[in-house]
Design a protein around this ligand. Structure first.
Ligand code: MLC
Ligand code: AMP
Length: 481
């Protein structure tokens, strides 16, 4: 069972948010009551339920309710754009949407009742292979795909992480991540609740608030590199923030590589290093630096218990090298690997072979002890910005939908804060007057806010080779305004 919520000590706080908190008992009671109300509306285990993933306790109740009852959660980014939301609702076809989307949608809306005190009967535990989550993730082109993750994948992965980090019910996790991706939802929310820890759910990431929460009772922090970058900038100015970071038992970074420079700055300012772990939406977490090892800047650790990791060449043949130099694509097999993409057997077959190996697209070297060093990825059209994966093709398609745009090309540009920042180059139609800012807004409204280009360069024409293919490497190399 993914979440039982019954093993925590009496009175233990599961979730603290603002001035309020929910104990484990109360969370279970509210979640069971909510799940029973969905059953009364005819929902059955295996049915999909969209959850408007605003960061607040009622979202946690909805997600926990689905996990307890076997309904499949499809979390929705509250900053989702219209085009992306329409695609998700058609593709996932949820029976209901839980939460307040603030607009009329072609799916019945249901609210979580936080006031009721009704005892509701528990549900039979879902099977290990039963789907628990559908998480939407971008590819290089096309619309986002729904990765289906099972109860067993989540449970086994969280147990392996708990062992790697000695994560226990004595911990308090400071949580400032979105609740619609693996990092904040699977690891942060479900992970904390599975081990019986407390979760301090912050409404949004703000470095000062994170530091205050660590200074208060937090023992561990999960963050993306952009968050650590902003935290170290604060800690270098404010000794109290540095002390708060230093007090934490465990600082973990993932979703993108934490640059060596930031590792060193953090250790220098607070005397504590950051452990990295490496994962994907489709595989959950594959490798992690263990607590006993201590920080290991540049490395994401060795395979988690139960997970098989190998490096393969371009023909997907395994490479034996453990020399920290030979590069191969990371392939993964184990109970953590997803069930496939919803409605997309073609896309699933492209990334997972018949023997169950999942091909990540990430390039890495392997040290003699098995620790991986991620050095890049195969597809340059995949951008990681602030820890979010964004396909260049998806942003280009959104730009091309704007009536003023004739051609568009998008790429990631190195950025100290975001890792990569999305930039776009567009040529306008005859007589069109759209500004770069207006086009960026258009993408934000159509897709999700984090997918908007931070800068749109309006140019006369895109650089192309003799075959007519856009030369992305040449973008921004002069000529572009
Ligand atoms: C938001 N804003 C809007 C808006 N939506 N303004 C106008 N219109 C809209 N529709 C506002 C916000 O309120 C905010 O304002 C401002 O825009 C900036 O928003 P942003 O640019 O999106 O945020 P930013 O500061 O750049 O965010 C940095 C960040 C964020 C680190 C907080 O990138 C983040 O949360 N990243 C986490 C990504 C993640 O969880 N990845 C995991 C993927 S799973 P104001 O005024 O409030 O600042 C995975 C597997 C694994 O990768 O291994 O984990
Ligand atoms: P997503 O599809 O959003 O789940 O992103 C998964 C991708 O994030 C992986 O394929 C990696 O490229 C990247 N990633 C996650 N964790 C790390 C890490 N610790 N170091 C480098 N890249 C990472």
């Amino acid at each position: 069972m993914l979440l039982s919520l019954q093993t925590a000590r009496a009175g233990r706080v599961a979730i603290r948010h603002g001035d309020g908190s929910l104990t484990y008992e109360r969370l279970r009671e509210l979640a069971l009551a909510h799940a029973r109300s969905l059953s009364a509306q005819g929902l059955r285990a295996g049915d999909r339920v969209a959850v408007w993933a605003s960061v607040e306790p009622r979202t946690a109740v909805a997600l926990v309710a689905n996990a307890l009852a076997g309904f499949v959660s499809v979390p929705v980014n509250p900053a989702v754009g219209e085009r992306e939301l329409a695609h998700l609702l058609v593709d996932a076809a949820p029976r209901v949407l839980v939460g307040d989307a603030g607009r009329a949608l072609p799916v019945p809306a249901v609210q979580v009742d936080l006031a009721g005190v009704r005892r509701a009967a528990p549900f039979a535990a879902p099977e290990a292979r039963a789907p628990a989550l559908v998480l939407y993730t971008s590819g290089t082109t096309g619309r986002p795909k729904g990765a289906v993750l099972s109860h067993g994948a989540l449970a086994s992965n969280l147990d392996a992480l708990a062992r790697a980090w000695r994560w226990t019910d004595g911990d308090t996790l400071v949580h400032a991540l979105p609740l619609f991706h693996v990092h904040g939802l699977a690891l942060g929310l479900f992970g904390a609740l599975r081990v019986g820890a407390s979760l301090h759910l912050l409404a949004r990431f703000d470095p000062a608030r994170v530091a205050a929460s660590l200074a208060d009772a937090g023992t561990m922090l999960f963050g993306v590199p952009t968050m650590y970058h902003r935290l170290v900038e604060l800690a270098e100015r404010e000794p109290a923030a540095a002390a708060a970071l230093g007090r934490a038992r465990l600082l973990v970074s993932g979703s993108a590589g934490l640059p060596l420079r930031e590792h060193r700055r953090i250790e220098a300012v607070c005397g504590r290093g950051v452990l990295e772990r490496y994962g994907l939406t489709e595989t959950l977490i594959n490798t992690a630096v263990r607590l006993e090892e201590g920080p290991r800047p540049g490395y994401v650790g060795a395979a988690l218990d139960g997970v098989a990791v190998r490096l393969v060449d371009d023909a997907r043949a395994p490479l034996d090298a453990h020399d920290d130099a030979t590069l191969g694509e990371v392939a993964v097999r184990g109970p953590n690997v997803f069930e496939g993409y919803l409605n997309r057997p073609d896309a699933t077959a492209a990334v997972r072979d018949d023997a169950g190996w999942f091909y990540t697209g990430d390039l890495a070297a392997r040290a003699p002890d098995g620790a991986l060093r991620i050095v890049g990825r195969r597809a340059t059209d995949l951008i990681k910005t602030g820890g979010y994966k964004v396909g260049a093709g998806e942003v280009e398609a959104a730009l091309l939908e704007h009536p003023d745009v004739r051609e568009a090309a998008v790429k990631g540009v190195a950025d100290d804060d975001l890792g990569e920042r999305i930039e776009a180059w567009v040529a306008l139609r005859e007589g069109a007057v759209a500004t770069g800012d207006a086009l960026a807004e258009h993408v934000g409204a159509s897709l999700a806010w984090h997918k908007r280009p931070r800068r749109v360069h309006v140019v006369d024409a895109l650089p192309r080779n003799a075959m007519g293919k856009v030369l992305k490497a040449a973008l921004g190399q002069g000529g572009a305004r």
